[in-house]
Design a protein around this ligand. Structure first.
Ligand SMILES: Cc1cc2nc3c(=O)[nH]c(=O)nc-3n(C[C@H](O)[C@H](O)[C@H](O)COP(=O)(O)OP(=O)(O)OC[C@H]3O[C@@H](n4cnc5c(N)ncnc54)[C@H](O)[C@@H]3O)c2cc1C
Length: 555
């Protein structure tokens, strides 16, 4: 077995390890690990591995929990070992070059969501994290390779004269340029530039590395492994393009105070779960938009029992930003679109008695689908859901009118169910006693309520509550830690000590605060209270500049 075979197997093993870790992470988060039958071991794993927040400096570089740290250590340990056991400059040059190639191949697998990684339930957050660190390691190894190779050149000899040498130099320059164009600043301000340069440079780098490696003699298994890896990558890219073209759709868009509501009619119905998102491509937006696909949460969808719970119509809420979303026009008549997905882990919220949903700004789009799914299930019959509480912070009210209407539709759905149940209950009672229905009492069975936090409003500092107690408006910023404490206390006080899910689709700042506050919950949980599970979305809306002035609010 030569080094490339070993090197292909080692990162392959590491990748498998990462997949197993994230598989565990996913199931621990969703509380669906059948293998951990002991409550304490499950709790221990959540408390010390998957849910414990690390120091804020580590969090700021994406190392959110010890699980991420384990992933990072695995990547570093394997790569450092491969280089450290290289005896002599020639071996080091060869191994570092091979390690670069192998890490680049792994990078292709853990980039954007794809049909394969979706099935092994690797969270996109973990994939992004792995992608970032593998690329940093690959760049460091490229520098080691270049230094080792150049230092072994005899004085007076000109480097990069051979075709293989020039190919190597091309790959090294490509890796450096790719690193610069992947910086957060470029991604934030010129995402399409970043993406297109990323894809084209990746192809150039891989080709250049293969040409660079040409003079080396590889064993047959190595060549087979390289061919398998190359074919897998080609298959991934082909699958993405194929799926995207196959999933034709029509989209009509309405705009309300700047927020776009895209109604997407899929040519082929798809199975949709709460918390998932699709990549949307609308070629008519601009000359270059055929090249752009953007992720948006599925905020609601129709549900057709005949189509085995598949959806044909889905809705996304789109907040205007600077690129594609700025150019998207309101178009009541449907235009051609392409949809890729749905991707993303499905939130198993139906397993919990209490569901507490934190959102900031457009993050609410992730929760609307979840609430809809829980209420639809309740419409069909009794479920575990006792309480759904949405806590949503916005800068102003006006831009969110369309989303607030969707929240009110959900309140109505809950109310209609209560009324239906009351009539059923009355009919039962009437048959037995002949008494009239108690419609007011029936409202006690509402499960959904929401609390808005509006940071800028003429009523600053005040708060309002609707008569039914299901709508709370606070005209101030949300103190996420104390709000979480209050919600959990409410759950405890109501005697509803069911399993509780806290799901967060908020800015990084708010997510961090909730994560830290959640640790205290774990301490309480250890003392014997019911299980409280934290789930955070991969998407963090950015804090947007605020303009003051808003409409009145009626509650
Ligand atoms: C999983 C997920 C779900 C999302 N759901 C919603 C949603 O329901 N509603 C909503 O309004 N927004 C959502 N977003 C954000 C949305 O994808 C971006 O706002 C949109 O792509 C911006 O497009 P733009 O060209 O106008 O952006 P720009 O103004 O060019 O950039 C604004 C920001 O969006 C990021 N961005 C740009 N293009 C992409 C892309 N193709 N993929 C990922 N990020 C990108 C940039 O890095 C930058 O930070 C979601 C993002 C993710 C990752």
């Amino acid at each position: 077995m030569d080094i490339i075979t070993a090197a292909m197997i080692i990162p392959g093993g590491a990748l498998l390890g990462i997949i197993i870790l994230s598989f565990l992470d996913y199931h621990l988060r969703n509380n669906s690990v059948p293998y951990f039958i002991l409550r304490h071991s499950k709790f221990f794993a959540r408390k010390y591995v998957s849910d414990r927040p690390l120091h804020r400096y580590l969090r700021s570089v994406g190392i959110a929990t010890p699980l991420y740290l384990i992933g990072l250590f695995s990547i570093l340990a394997i790569n450092i070992t491969v280089l450290a056991i290289s005896k002599g400059r020639v071996v080091l040059t060869k191994r570092s070059g091979e390690a670069v190639l192998i890490n680049l191949i792994l990078l292709l697998v853990c980039g954007r969501p794809n049909v394969f990684t979706e099935h092994v339930r690797v969270s996109q957050q973990f994939k992004n994290f792995t992608h970032r660190w593998l690329s940093i390691v690959a760049m460091a190894e490229c520098a080691v390779h270049l230094t080792a190779a150049l230092s072994s050149i005899r004085p007076g000899t000109r480097p990069f004269t051979s075709a293989a040498g020039r190919a190597g130099l091309t790959a090294a320059i490509g890796i450096a340029v790719l690193g610069v164009f992947s910086l957060p600043f470029v991604r934030r301000h010129a995402y399409e530039l970043f993406l297109n340069i990323h894809i084209s440079l990746t192809v150039i780098i891989i080709a250049a590395i293969f040409l660079h490696l040409d003079p080396f003699n590889f064993s047959e298994p190595s060549i087979i492994l390289l061919i398998i890896a190359g074919s897998l990558c080609a298959l991934l890219i082909a699958a993405r393009i194929g799926i995207s073209l196959w999933n034709r759709a029509k989209v009509s868009i309405v705009e309300e105070n700047g927020l776009l509501k895209a109604n997407i009619m899929l040519a082929r119905p798809r199975r949709v779960c709460a918390g998932q998102y699709v990549f949307l491509r609308v070629p008519s937006t601009s000359a270059l938009s055929i090249n752009e696909s953007h992720p948006f949460f599925i905020a609601s969808w129709d549900q057709d029992e005949k189509m085995k719970n598949k959806a044909r119509n889905i809705t996304a809420l789109i907040q205007r930003r600077e690129g594609f979303t700025r150019l998207l026009r309101a178009q009541p008549t449907a235009v051609r679109a392409f949809v890729e997905g749905p991707y993303g882990e499905s939130l198993l919220a139906a397993d919990y008695g209490n569901v507490i949903l934190f959102a900031s700004g457009i993050g609410v789009a992730a929760h609307l689908g979840c609430i809809r799914q829980l209420l639809n299930a309740l419409d069909r019959g009794p479920t575990r859901t006792q309480m759904i509480s949405l806590l949503w912070e916005v800068d102003e009210v006006e831009p969110w009118d369309a989303a607030i209407k969707m929240v009110h539709d959900l309140l109505d759905q809950d109310a209609h169910r209560c009324d239906r149940e009351t009539v059923d209950w009355f009919e039962m009672q009437n048959n037995a006693t002949g008494r009239r229905p108690n419609l007011i009492n029936s409202r006690c069975r509402f499960v959904f309520q929401y609390t808005m936090f509006v940071r800028h409003h003429p009523l600053a500092g005040e708060s309002r509550k609707s008569r039914s107690g299901r709508q709370h408006w606070n005209f101030k910023a949300m103190d996420a830690a104390s709000t979480l404490g209050q919600e959990l206390a409410k759950v405890g006080l109501d005697g509803q000590r069911k399993r509780t899910l806290i799901s967060v689709s908020a800015t990084s700042g708010m997510t961090d605060v909730i994560r830290s506050a959640y640790v205290r919950t774990l301490e309480v949980e250890e003392a014997g209270r019911e299980e409280v599970v934290l789930h955070t979305y991969d998407f963090h809306p950015e804090e947007l500049p605020i303009s003051i002035g808003a409409v009145d609010v009626k509650v």
